[in-house]
Design a protein around this ligand. Sequence first.
Ligand SMILES: NC(=O)c1ccc[n+]([C@@H]2O[C@H](COP(=O)([O-])OP(=O)(O)OC[C@H]3O[C@@H](n4cnc5c(N)ncnc54)[C@H](O)[C@@H]3O)[C@@H](O)[C@H]2O)c1
Length: 274
Amino acid sequence: MTEYINTLFNLENKIAVITGGSGVLGSEMAQGLLQAGAKVILLATNEQNLKQKVNKLSEFGVVRGYKCNVLNEDNIKSAYANILDEFKQIDILINAAGGHVPGAIIGLDQSIFDLNIQDFKAVTDLNLNGTILPTLIFGKTMAEKKSGSIINISSMATQRAITRAVGYSAAKAAVENFTRWMAVELAQKFGNGIRVNAIAPGFFLTDQNREILTNKDGSLTERGETIINITPFKRFGEPNELIGTILWLASDAAKFVTGTIIPIDGGFSAFSGV
Ligand SMILES: NC(=O)c1ccc[n+]([C@@H]2O[C@H](COP(=O)([O-])OP(=O)(O)OC[C@H]3O[C@@H](n4cnc5c(N)ncnc54)[C@H](O)[C@@H]3O)[C@@H](O)[C@H]2O)c1
């Protein structure tokens, strides 16, 4: 039984690249992959944070970090060359760089007509193009060897309107569409060994949403309370609760799974609110 499960989920010596890998969710996924035996490369813009995360994670296995802006093609190509030089191949790509851009959030005393279109463009650029560019560059090596797993990060903001976060929602909806599109494209042109899926996390308390969901004393804001009220599990997610799905999607256990968006949300997306 254990041997069977180990074979199914085996990630021993697989090479995994995580963009935004120094972030709260990305570094948690990195730890999970390292503990499952994969070698992990973190890409992120904040060099100091990146170094700290690489040091912290190195107790779990082989981990590297490269400063890399996912919107800069030269940066990605240079990281790609370094990774291929050391590890020869890439098996798993997790596109975890992304998040909100403050100016693209409609303020409490504003309406959509106050939207700053530059910030709207910035948040769609980060979340959508920041997923597409690394996929094109790292995905090519997977297409050539006809195997690999790409995992994108969507959100609960795609299916129904989440107030205030207009640009982020549009971008993540496009990420879902790109996930399905790319899954079909790669399967049709490069065979069934290469898969593209996304996870859609519900609400996890991280640096980018802590201020909007909790007060300084740790109590919930009105928005935080609204979310908990329509989350059947009545709590936010813990970052390590993403790991099981990531290991499944990355491994042969999900061999026939492509083009899917998996909610990890304590039931948020299933609940009508009534
Ligand atoms: N926290 C949540 O509740 C939640 C819910 C759903 C989806 N998500 C998504 O999960 C992903 C990770 O979010 P998180 O909560 O860990 O946020 P985070 O801010 O902790 O991590 C984001 C990471 O992306 C990096 N990054 C930002 N811009 C970059 C760029 N241009 N190039 C390279 N790296 C860049 C940051 O340095 C950071 O390491 C994001 O796509 C986010 O939208 C988060």
